[in-house]
Write a protein that binds this ligand. Sequence first.
Ligand code: S3P
Length: 456
Amino acid sequence: MVKNLWRKTVNIGGTLIAGAADQPLKGAFTPPGDKSMSHRAVMLASLANGITEIEGFLPGEDNIATAKMFEAMGVTIEWLSDDQTKLRIHGVGLYGLQEPSQVLDAGNSGTCARLMTGVLAGQNFHTVLVGDASLHKRPMRRVAEPVRRMGAHVDGAKEGELLPLAIRGGNLKAMAFQSEVASAQVKSCVMFAALYAEGDTTVREPKPTRDHTERMFPLFGQPVSIDNSGLITVQPSGTLTAPAGVLHIPADPSSATFFAVATAIIPGSEVLLQQVGLNPRRDGWRRILTAMGGDISLLQEKKIGDEPVSDIFIRGGGVHGINVDPNDVPDAIDEFPVLFVAAALAEGSFILSQAEELRVKESDRITTMVKALQACGASIEEKPDGVIIQGQKRLKGGVTVDAHGDHRIAMAMAVAAQCADAPITIINAAAIATSFPSFVATAQQLGMNVAWKDEA
Ligand code: S3P
């Protein structure tokens, strides 16, 4: 019987072996391009009139999935460098996409699936959005419902709760949207749909989330206004225009954090992370790690496009536990797996609450990290909306842990192994390629002890 043709399991497999670092970490490096911004850049460039050149693009599987979707709808993308960090996109205009002949596959990427739901809601044709086995378990009603209210026809598995989604868009009307979850993906989905709506769409979020969409729309000639209360208004201008110069994407703070934590917990380490995005809505990791006593300084702050960036210098000297301010949660939402590692090796206790969104990421990041760290000998207690961790000097290690196809769990546990008495085997780690294909090479350069197991 042929079934589930759309369900790939690419994120399963791949084993990392990681052990204690032989020496302090040293070096300087520029993390790969920002994942969130790379998605948005491809989307806006494809929907603009004119040609956009992008530099600093993240060639991770997630972003390639977004690029492939636009290719499937008639957009020409030229790759200008072998490492796929430079590209030229021949935009077709807001109304120039063509109905694809195949399903559109978001792979492992929630951002791709959810933001594309907004784009596809604006198209006067039929599409089917699918993903891998992990993405097929993640909630989609949060985006299906608002675009339905704007007039798109969206059906999906489990009454629209899950992928695959079938979308027939067009003839959208504006709406005043009050989001129930603090989610930049939900906000951005509605903002993309708003480009196609008749009238002005407003979005209000329960807590501020990453604002790359708000910052990037104006670079393509689409104004966004935000009042003092945080209410976002998109008054659709009817056309997007390719920016005059090259669109540069800063280095991803989420990728930088793995090395920031590794440096902080290995005494004597000194690492310079270059050109890292410092957007306040992404900078929660730095506020949290600094509050934990991390020795972190900013050098050379500047702007790339409309985004603040800086070189960040970290010195290893140990950290202590804190009670995380719930207001910082959305600003560090992707960094908690590795911040849990810092907490497990900190002095005193670390308490995180109001972070239930962690349960609907690429894996349930509360349960997955609790199981993995407990197996390594850490003292970590699972709460419905967070964790309580009692720090200790070293981890025991000597175990196999399962990353469950979640890139950030795999990388976080590789960092944990640097302070373990015996090596840790991390299975189902291949998904690292979704966001940070060069992670292992970079980690080795800086002195971390981690390698792919040869499974040939
Ligand atoms: C993202 C938003 C966040 C984040 C994800 C990227 C984005 O998800 O976890 O990795 O680019 O908008 P939520 O919006 O679901 O919190």
